[in-house]
Design a protein around this ligand. Structure first.
Ligand code: THU
Length: 140
């Protein structure tokens, strides 16, 4: 579990990344901040598309930025999602596709997902709680 100060830094980065959300179709803005084992933070936002299915979630944007730079070991991700121009009402948890991407690179017991409404209001779950009995490299 990351220290409180690290959690705060990650949530601040997720909230900041949220401002870049490109979400003209849903109006739902998501920011994510992914903590690598090195201590580096990779941010992401959701990026929508008029054809809908090419849309990329904030979490995957952050993961793909990191992996595309050779980084594959991670400790935690903070996520902040909510409707544009409104206070964040609900905790946003990653979609199934993003959970599967997390499972590709992260330990189920030692990767933490922080869902934040603000820097002082968040919940944390380990990946294994969000994707139990998943499909992975061990199955192949
Ligand atoms: N979205 C994310 O960015 N992360 C999630 O975990 C769930 C959904 C985005 C996709 C789409 O742009 C918008 O939120 C509404 O689904």
């Amino acid at each position: 579990m990351p220290e409180d100060s690290v959690i705060r830094t990650l949530i601040e980065a997720a909230l900041s990344a949220r401002q870049f959300s490109y979400s003209p179709y849903s109006g739902y803005q998501v920011g994510a901040a992914l903590l690598a084992k090195s201590g580096d933070i990779y941010t992401g936002c959701n990026i929508e598309n008029a054809a809908f299915s090419p849309t990329n979630c904030a979490e995957r944007t952050a993961f793909f930025k990191a992996v595309s730079e050779g980084v594959r070991q991670f400790d935690a991700i903070a996520i902040a999602g909510g409707t544009k121009d409104k206070a964040i009402e609900k905790y946003a948890w990653p979609c199934g596709v993003c959970r599967q991407v997390m499972a590709e690179f992260c330990s189920p017991e030692a990767f933490y997902i922080i869902s934040a409404r603000s820097v002082d209001d968040y919940k944390i779950k380990a990946l294994e709680a969000l994707l139990p009995v998943g499909f992975g490299a061990d199955n192949l």
